[in-house]
Design a protein around this ligand. Structure first.
Ligand code: ZN
Length: 245
């Protein structure tokens, strides 16, 4: 019976062929219940095959799309994709911190080279983000010398006023000088490592943007597009709300 279903293609012929086979088999002594049993088995197999085909079709036509979970951005994307029957899943966004912090890294902080570092202010919590290819200790020493040259000198009033008018090369020096704040050198942390210099500049720009309003930095060497603000800046949530309203 199964053979007749596969070999004969026209449905009318199939019925005729089945009837012919049944007659022949009955003549050979097959009991009536054996025919209905075989029919049930064939139906069951057919259903299974259909389900399998459906599954295969779905997996071929609609592969699962995995997007990083970004608050308030992923949800509308998922809604739109689902509307068009595109399966989407979100996964936790791997933060730069995850990529950069290596708990097993016991190397002395000051000896670390090719890194992006963060220095906080003791008084206001603002942070300075910088990058260097040399040893961090050497770069920090340069920062300290600059800051001290501005803040520790015995200025006359006019000299002090003049020094406040002149911008330094580094925003760190300016912050300490103009706000008269103390830099917390001991709390300097390495927040990223990168051997390639151009990439390091981009990473520095990303980290500065992540600090948002908390950054002392005026601008980074690399001009990062403000299109990334929504993803990077922790204070961006507020801005998105304002933008929507
Ligand atoms: Zn400060």
């Amino acid at each position: 019976m199964e053979r007749s279903q596969q070999l004969v293609t026209v449905s009318q012929d199939k019925i005729q062929e089945d009837a012919h086979l049944e007659e022949a088999l009955r003549a050979c002594g097959y009991p009536p219940w054996s025919f209905s049993k075989v029919r049930r088995q064939m139906e069951f197999k057919g259903d299974k095959r259909k389900k399998k085909n459906k599954k295969q079709e779905a997996s071929v036509k609609r592969p699962l799309i995995i997007i990083p979970h970004v608050k308030k951005v992923s949800e509308p994307i998922v809604r739109i994709m689902n509307k068009h029957n595109v399966p989407v899943a979100t996964k936790p966004w791997k933060t730069l911190k995850d990529l950069l912090v290596h708990p097993k890294d016991n190397q002395d902080k000051e000896d670390i080279t090719e890194c992006i570092y963060k220095v906080p202010c003791t008084n206001c919590g603002k942070t300075y983000v910088g990058e260097t290819g040399r040893k961090l200790g050497v770069r920090l020493h340069e920062h300290k010398t600059k800051v001290e040259s501005k803040t520790k000198r015995a200025f006359t009033r006019s000299q002090r006023t003049a020094s406040l008018m002149v911008y330094s090369k580094s925003a760190l020096t300016d912050h300490a000088n103009q706000a008269n704040h103390t830099i917390d050198w001991k709390k300097t942390t390495v927040i990223d490592r990168e051997q390639d210099r151009p990439t390091r500049s981009i990473k520095e720009a990303v980290h500065i943007r992540k600090e948002g309003h908390q950054a002392m930095n005026r601008e980074s060497c690399y001009q990062l597009s403000h299109a990334y603000d929504r993803f990077l800046d922790a204070t961006a949530d507020r801005r998105i709300k304002t933008w929507k309203n």
